[in-house]
Design a protein around this ligand. Structure first.
Ligand SMILES: Cc1cc2nc3c(=O)[nH]c(=O)nc-3n(C[C@H](O)[C@H](O)[C@H](O)COP(=O)(O)OP(=O)(O)OC[C@H]3O[C@@H](n4cnc5c(N)ncnc54)[C@H](O)[C@@H]3O)c2cc1C
Length: 476
């Protein structure tokens, strides 16, 4: 193993009654909580976990990513609550790694550090017009409607009748649903109050999703597709010629039957054959098309030029799209790019720019992607470890794999050798660097307050969306 700033201490094995193993987890999303849970479950080791998040509130994308109308999914936070009840767990919200504390600081105070910072930005399309006014990433819109303090003041021109969404994953479907739902439907969700008010004034009538591959390769899941059909006042449309499978896909489906893909195709073909239902809005799902240029009028988005694709088979048997000669133009005043989230680097921590992840071997941070040699005491889990894919539950297995490596390293004595390995010393440092931090008790009070606001408004929850309002509720 190679060392960062601290020297490994072979044979030194904290984790006993006299010297707890001190672990810092950076990022309070699902990966962070699953890692904490798996560490704190060990009754053969005395482990203390301090979890940090740049936001005052815990839960990462469960609070600021998962769609507001997917309330049941958010119940997973009850599991995280149980982890947080462990007396050896502490939460320090509003503390940013890279601003208030650096990785070097963590190395001075903890035996092991786990980076679970997720994927904080989005991939670009790489086409002209992408930066025009009216062209946004889905990341921004999602964070806005979910009340993320950093995104609450963004403006989206919802006076536009037609909106294009580039991408066909579940996030694109979430964005489409939020644009198509009625105010009454949205009121039953925990969508941010300001977003509810602005969506209530929305003039959006037509939403068009653009997918570069065909119906059998669509990335959205079947339940998400079926849910679209249950929207109160919006009709889903698919062009019959685009719902039909191309010859190559037909051959593939025969050679390698895929029940899920087949169900999606069946569902899409049913949608394509459905009569007009006379609803106020429509969501058209387009296949085998890619944007090639965003056009402008007076400096803002006016439309998008689209090329039609055909599929071809790669050497390893996957189906890829390639452009044909056929193009068309779609008039639209607002575009959301939903082609994937992307991790951002933390200063002082290795990073793979192209993949947007921390290079690692099963969760042990390595100096670069080609190295198999891990850094002492540094780990990662979740989206920053494996990239932005997978459901909340996927992060559990991912975090467990990382924790297994951590426990092996404890056994082998391959740990950082911090100068100040105590809970008091760490808290002293945090108070110095960020006096306005939020504990888990603070979060419990905020949670109760939001639920009470929700009761008064006849909604499941009304989110606090500024740090200031949270401090006021806590009487700070
Ligand atoms: C729009 C969207 C909708 C989704 N919907 C669903 C769904 O319906 N069902 C489902 O199962 N999954 C869903 N997912 C997937 C799920 O949210 C992810 O699998 C999961 O959140 C990833 O967990 P994570 O802990 O790696 O990252 P995150 O949840 O992103 O957590 C990372 C945390 O790190 C913090 N952080 C970042 N940088 C720093 C720093 N420098 N210092 C301190 N803290 C920092 C962030 O504030 C955040 O709290 C959705 C994802 C998205 C994007």
């Amino acid at each position: 193993m190679t060392s960062g700033s601290s020297i490994p201490a072979p044979g030194c094995k904290p984790g006993n009654a006299d010297q707890p193993l001190r672990v810092a987890i950076i990022g309070a999303g699902p990966a962070g909580f699953y890692a904490a849970d798996h560490l704190l479950k060990r009754d053969d080791l005395n482990i203390e976990v301090d979890m940090f998040d740049r936001l005052p509130t815990p839960f990462g994308l469960v609070r600021h990513g998962v769609a507001p109308d997917h309330l049941k999914i958010k119940n997973v936070t009850k599991v995280f609550d149980r982890t947080a009840q462990n007396p050896k767990f502490r939460f320090f919200g509003n503390v940013t790694c890279g601003e208030h504390l650096t990785p070097a600081d963590f190395r001075d105070y903890y035996h092991q550090i786990v980076y679970t910072v997720g994927a904080q930005t989005d991939r670009a399309l790489g086409i002209d017009g992408e930066d025009l006014q009216g062209s946004h990433s889905a990341t921004e819109f999602v964070a806005w409607y979910n009340g993320h303090p950093d995104y609450r003041d963004l403006k989206f021109d919802l006076s536009q009748p037609t909106v294009a969404i580039v991408g066909m994953g579940n996030v694109a479907v979430d964005v489409a649903r939020i644009l198509c739902r009625t105010v009454d439907e949205l009121k039953e969700t925990d969508i941010a109050d300001y977003a509810l008010q602005q969506l209530a004034q929305s003039k959006v009538k037509h939403v068009v999703m653009l997918g570069r591959r065909g119906p059998a390769q669509a990335a959205f899941s079947l339940p998400e597709l079926k849910e679209l059909g249950k929207m109160h006042d919006a009709q889903v449309r698919v062009l019959p010629e685009e719902a039909a499978l191309d010859d190559l896909t037909k051959k593939h489906m025969v050679e390698k039957p895929d029940a899920t893909a087949q169900k999606k195709v069946d569902q899409l073909q049913q949608v394509a054959a459905a009569p007009d239902a006379g609803k106020s809005r429509d969501l058209t799902i387009r296949f085998l098309v890619s944007p090639i240029n965003i056009t402008e009028s007076d400096g803002r988005v006016a439309g998008v030029d689209i090329v039609h694709n055909e599929l071809y088979e790669t050497d390893n048997g996957t189906m890829r799209p390639r452009a044909t000669e056929k193009t068309e133009h779609l008039d639209c005043g607002l575009i959301f790019r939903s082609v994937g989230y992307l991790g951002v680097p933390l200063e002082g921590v290795p990073f793979h720019d192209k993949w947007g992840v921390i290079p690692n071997e099963k969760g042990r941070v390595t100096s670069d992607e080609s190295s198999k040699e891990p850094l002492v005491g540094e780990y990662c889990a979740g989206w920053i470890k494996r990239g932005p894919s997978g459901l909340i539950g996927t992060n559990k297995g991912c975090a467990i794999e990382t924790v297994q490596c951590m426990l092996e390293d404890v056994k082998a004595g391959n740990l950082l050798q911090p100068e100040y390995p105590t809970a008091d010393a760490a808290e002293h440092l945090i108070r110095q660097r960020q006096p306005v931090f939020f504990s888990y008790d603070h979060w419990r009070s905020l949670d109760e307050h939001e639920l009470n606001l929700g009761k008064e408004a006849g909604r499941p929850r009304v989110k606090l969306t500024t740090v200031q309002s949270m401090l006021e509720v806590l009487g700070k």
